[in-house]
Design a protein around this ligand. Structure first.
Ligand code: HEM
Length: 476
């Protein structure tokens, strides 16, 4: 009897092993399952995705498959081959992946809303007349929040704060006021949002139970919206969801998703930009000199709209090259032969995930950007001060020298609005405040490695700065 049971157990174990063990088939990318059964490389990936993927690139090259918590993920790191993924809507699917994330993080299901309809709506909101209206409102909000936070301060009085905290707080509230048009609770929403944002990576990776934070934010965001007669972006989004057949509860939950997508990147991006300026005096001087040129000609609060600012643009591109770390993910719905730019082909399996991680390549690729770890304010400038957009890998000009906004079907629809807002914010700070580091020898804090893959990286710590209002006339 005992032998029969033992044989049965061994047979079962063999079957489980046979079906759960995957081997590399002919033409497939190198397979690296890691040592831990099922988990594979999950721990290293969650701890620091950028460091882990850099190590795998070193070992396997520009394409490889890794096992992460039971999933097989093929990582493609050759930017010249990205279009094979970005343009594929037949063999690969984007929507399913997004749906799972929305369900896990935001407890949100929008079965009646198609990705295409939502994108079309978003694109309309952030283009043309709507974009100009939003940008004007954002400028006004940045301006008035900055000045009201400093109300009562005399020009000689210094204030001290963390730069990250200052940037996130101001830009978040200005963005919230612009899109949600709710003046009464912006500070409370910001406070709760930061707690939620802190826990976000854990929620996305399933290591956090449902908490009270989401409920609190749903409440704060939706209170009174039904009664409100405003024509805000938020109201318009509600109308869109309603017309698409979404029920009231899901409409309420969708607000938190939109708050997060529209507000989580601007503050951190502005922090890095100002942090790089403060720690690179030559960059600060170049930007101030450019600003001085057009503020002498135009004293309105929006001279940025009318003048080209190649130095500013290069500084922003360089900041995002170093800090925008999005993961572009697709699910394979059919087997596909993926043809790389170097002519080699690889078989990708149905059911696997495919991930592009542009932060590693092109953005931090030493073959494309020399000394990629170093901030160079003029990296995206030609000698004649025009925008530099020609970059090469293996002698082939790159279509994507950086990819902070994603690309293809999931490119950020708010990118123009984001660029205008960040530039306007930095412009106001530099023209209205004296801003300096408390310790002139301080360094920028390191990055929070565990957030890599979720948009603009956040710092692990802060940079202490002091600031005060300039004299009566703004100047740089
Ligand atoms: C530095 C600032 C920003 C960066 C780097 C950024 C980057 C991105 C990226 C990479 C995506 C694609 C994410 C994915 O693959 O799922 C995305 C999506 C999105 N972004 Fe941005 N973004 C920024 C600011 C903004 C702002 C200010 C807005 C609007 C006010 C905005 C609106 C959106 C929306 C609505 C989506 C979702 C699009 C969809 O699901 O189809 N973004 N953003």
């Amino acid at each position: 009897m005992i032998w029969t049971i033992l044989l049965l157990v061994i047979g079962l174990l063999t079957l489980v092993l046979l079906y759960s063990t995957r081997t590399r088939r002919k033409n497939e990318p190198p397979l690296d399952k890691g040592l831990l059964p099922w988990l594979g490389h999950a721990l290293a990936f969650v701890k620091d995705a950028a460091a882990f993927l850099a190590q795998m690139k070193e070992k396997h090259g520009d394409i490889f498959t890794v096992r992460i918590a039971g999933h097989y993920v093929t990582v493609l790191l050759d930017p010249n081959s990205f279009d094979e993924v970005l343009n594929d809507t037949v063999f690969m699917d984007f929507a399913n992946n997004k749906e799972q994330l929305l369900k896990r993080i935001f407890l949100l299901q929008l079965p009646s809303v198609t990705t295409a309809a939502e994108r079309k709506w978003m694109q309309q909101q952030f283009h043309g007349v709507s974009l100009s209206k939003l940008s004007r409102s954002m400028n006004g909000n940045i301006h008035s929040l900055l000045l009201s936070d400093l109300k009562g301060s005399s020009p000689s009085e210094w204030r001290q704060d963390g730069l990250f905290s200052l940037c996130y707080r101001l830009l978040f509230r200005a963005g919230y006021l612009t899109l949600f048009e709710r003046t009464e609770n912006a500070t409370a929403v910001y406070r709760e949002f930061r707690k939620f944002d802190e826990l976000l990576c854990k929620t996305a990776r399933r290591s956090l139970k449902r908490g009270k934070l989401k409920e609190r934010l749903w409440e704060l965001l939706s209170a009174d919206w039904l009664r409100s007669s405003s024509h805000s972006w938020q109201q318009s989004y509600h109308r869109f969801l309603h017309e698409e057949g979404t029920d009231a509860e899901m409409q309420r939950r969708a607000l938190l998703l939109q708050l997060w997508t529209t507000q989580c990147n601007n503050g951190p991006a502005a922090f890095w930009l100002l942090g790089f300026l403060l720690t690179h005096p030559e960059a600060m001087e170049a930007l101030k000199s450019e600003i001085r040129d057009f503020t002498l000609q135009d004293t309105s609060i929006q001279p940025l709209e009318s003048y080209s600012s190649p130095v500013f643009d290069s500084i922003l591109s360089e900041t995002l090259r170093l800090t925008a770390a999005v993961m572009i993910s697709r699910e394979m719905v059919q087997d596909k032969m993926l043809r790389m730019a170097n002519g080699q082909s690889y078989l990708l399996r149905r059911g696997d995930k495919v991930v592009l991680f542009p932060f590693l390549s092109p953005q931090m690729d030493p073959e494309i950007h020399q000394e990629p770890q170093i901030f160079k304010y003029d990296r995206f400038l030609n000698g004649d001060m025009t925008v530099k957009d020609k970059f090469y890998k293996n002698e082939k000009r790159l279509k994507y020298p950086t990819l902070p906004w994603g690309a293809g079907g999931n490119i950020c629809p708010g990118r123009e609005f984001a660029i205008k807002s960040i530039k306007q914010f930095v412009f106001f700070l530099l023209t209205h405040l004296d801003l300096e580091m408390c310790d002139p020898d301080a360094k920028l804090p390191p990055v929070k490695a565990s957030r890599c893959g979720f948009g603009v990286i956040q710092p692990d710590g802060d940079l202490l700065v002091r600031y005060r209002l300039k004299g009566i006339h703004p100047e740089v």
